[in-house]
Design a protein around this ligand. Structure first.
Ligand code: ADP
Ligand code: ADP
Length: 226
């Protein structure tokens, strides 16, 4: 686990557009922070900078005590889940979840233990032999979550992970995500444009508008009537 600190972070894309402007934000160790705001306000850009998928134009980014501006994604100890969870279609659920651990040469027994433990936590332990095509949308999303957290990353990043699910399942998965976070206590940054989602999930909420951070606080502080 680790805090994430952004200091005066600016992102200017090659075409000159400034998607994120002088962003100062600390995501505390173990907290669930929701980054919320209308489409195009710079949420995904911010998340991609934390992940190392997008270069920072100006400013500093720390994970734990470490300055990571120039650290490649694979060395940042971060896991991500996106809206379009891409599972490997030709692999079983087990192999999908084990993939990152295999790449990192974890011992076989440890891989089996971790995958089974994580699958149990997510209620997908009976699906380990199936292919993604034989799963429902909610089950696939759980596998995507499982694949991310099985590595026990220091920081967990999610970009609209529930937006492809129908309304009912979305509400259910929100509650499950919340429980999962309470159990793992991993520092989490969650991007959404949905205020209800932000209120339900966030320990704190960071509101962005046109590349600028406007407000950070608990759901009560951010959404209370003036
Ligand atoms: P959000 O996640 O809040 O919807 P994004 O971070 O995806 O917003 O995008 C923020 C702004 O940056 C948008 O106006 C978008 O069009 C612009 N943008 C995103 N990627 C690029 C790019 N590669 N080049 C230029 N502009 C981009
Ligand atoms: P991690 O658990 O580290 O996030 P990933 O599952 O994202 O690992 O895979 C690491 C990289 O390997 C990805 O960039 C992925 O595109 C690539 N890769 C390797 N083998 C495959 C495969 N069979 N199908 C799709 N991508 C693969």
């Amino acid at each position: 686990m680790a805090r994430v600190l952004l200091e005066h972070v600016t992102k200017r894309y090659p075409n000159g557009f400034e998607a994120v402007k002088d962003l100062n934000l600390e995501i505390r160790d173990g907290e669930f922070l929701v980054l919320v705001g209308p489409s195009g306000c710079g949420k995904t850009t911010t998340l991609r900078m934390i992940a190392g998928l997008e270069e920072i134009t100006k400013g500093n980014l720390y994970i734990g005590e470490r300055l990571v501006n120039d650290v490649p994604p694979k060395d940042r100890d971060i896991a991500m889940v996106f809206q379009n969870y891409a599972l490997y279609p030709h692999m079983s659920v087990f192999d999908n979840m084990a993939f990152g651990l295999k790449m990192r040469r974890y011992p076989k027994e440890e891989i089996r233990r971790r995958v089974q433990e994580t699958a149990r936590m997510l209620g997908i332990e009976d699906l380990l032999d199936r292919r993604p095509a034989a799963l429902s949308g909610g089950q696939r999303q759980r596998v995507a979550l499982g694949r991310a957290i099985v590595r026990e990353p220091q920081v967990f990043l999610m970009d609209e992970p529930l937006s492809n699910l129908d309304a009912k399942l979305r509400v259910l998965m929100r509650a499950e995500l919340k429980k999962l976070h309470e159990r793992l206590g991993v520092t989490t940054v969650y991007v959404t444009h949905d205020q209800t989602e932000a209120m339900t999930l966030g320990d704190r909420i960071a509101v962005m508008h046109r590349g600028v951070l406007q407000q950070v606080g608990t759901p009560d502080e951010v959404y209370r009537d003036p």
